[in-house]
Design a protein around this ligand. Structure first.
Ligand SMILES: Nc1ncnc2c1ncn2[C@@H]1O[C@H](COP(=O)(O)OP(=O)(O)O)[C@@H](O)[C@H]1O
Ligand SMILES: [Mg+2]
Length: 308
């Protein structure tokens, strides 16, 4: 008989009262007394409990209650990369001319052309990782990497990653007008995950910024943890294209150290200063280690452009 004391209706009455009632009934239950007892108990047993849902097993509970109990599923890693305002930053004075700001200019058309050709080559070969470098500082590798990434990111439904691996002179944050509080070294050592280091200035573009100069850059880029971090980045971001902005080939061995991680290289030459000897030296250095996807002529004279 003890069980009735814990039904909904009874627990609502004072505990002592219910115990007393139970005792009375057990002490001497005549047939009449039993009927009275049944009548008194009936409403308690048939009436719905105070909270119907609370008595249901999870399988019987209404859908709303079940979904409220289930742990929320995490969005995929790309969606967890923090979005940052970019158009506002682009409207402010940023260091580099950005193709997203002047869509009809010849430079924007050149980057769209480069994007399309590069995408075709990468897709045909099943490649994704591209190093962007130059023979010397100032040729425009950051300028080209940023603008090419913006052009790639304009393809609907695409995903592009742009990584600043120039530990000598990081430049993507400044070029895009985004605050760089990021530690690229921590990402490449495996201490930080990509969704905690990267930022998304556009829904289809994630950038890995670099803020600290590091004299041990070549060792960092050569390390096993760097290789693992890049593999993890490619796998979990789901990006079709990753551009890695690297220091000049002829000034540091950082790019050479990172070559095993990429499928090919885009070499940016400065139409106003790069010499044929410099380009030949770069090609010699890259030969046998990676594929030279193309030599981009930056700061070309108008007559050099195929679009004119
Ligand atoms: N085609 C270009 N048109 C206008 N400015 C350019 C162009 N290419 C490079 N620059 C400017 O030249 C400077 C050096 O370019 P940057 O991309 O930082 O060189 P790198 O990364 O190769 O050292 C930057 O201030 C950039 O704005
Ligand atoms: Mg640069």
């Amino acid at each position: 008989m003890k069980h009735f004391a814990v039904t909904g209706a009874v627990t609502a009455s004072p505990v002592r009262g219910s115990q007393q009632l139970e005792k009375d009934e057990e002490d001497g239950m005549s047939e009449q007394g039993f009927k009275r007892f049944r009548r008194r108990r009936a409403p308690a047993e048939t009436a719905p409990a105070a909270s119907e849902e609370s008595r249901l097993s999870p399988l019987e509970a209404p859908a709303s209650a079940v979904s409220a109990q289930l742990p929320a599923t995490l969005p995929e890693p790309w969606e967890r990369i923090r979005q940052v305002p970019f158009q506002d930053a682009a409207e402010r004075k940023v260091r580099l001319p950005l193709v997203s700001q002047f869509r009809t200019a010849p430079a924007a058309k050149s980057f769209d052309l480069l994007r399309t050709r590069l995408s075709h080559t990468l897709k045909a070969r099943g490649w994704k990782r591209v190093a962007v470098t130059a023979p010397a500082t100032g040729c425009g590798s950051t300028f080209s990497a940023v603008n090419l990434a913006l052009s790639l990111a304009r393809v609907p439904g695409s995903r592009t990653v742009l990584m600043d691996l120039n530990f000598r002179q990081p430049g993507i944050a400044q070029a895009m007008g985004i605050q760089a509080a990021a530690d690229m070294g921590a990402l490449l050592s495996g201490a930080v995950q990509m969704e905690d280091q990267l930022l998304r200035p556009l829904p289809s573009l994630a950038v890995g910024l670099n803020s600290a100069q590091d004299q041990d850059a070549a060792e960092i880029l050569h390390s096993r943890s760097c290789s693992a971090a890049v593999d993890d980045l490619m796998l979990r971001s789901g990006a079709e294209t990753a551009l890695f902005d690297l220091p000049p080939v002829l000034e540091h061995d950082d790019t050479a150290a990172f070559l095993p991680q990429v499928d090919g290289v885009l070499l940016i030459s400065d139409g106003t200063s790069t010499t044929a000897a410099q380009l030949a030296a770069c090609e010699k250095m890259l030969a046998g280690h990676t594929e030279l996807l193309g030599v981009v002529l930056n700061r070309a004279r108008k007559s050099d452009s195929p679009l004119n």
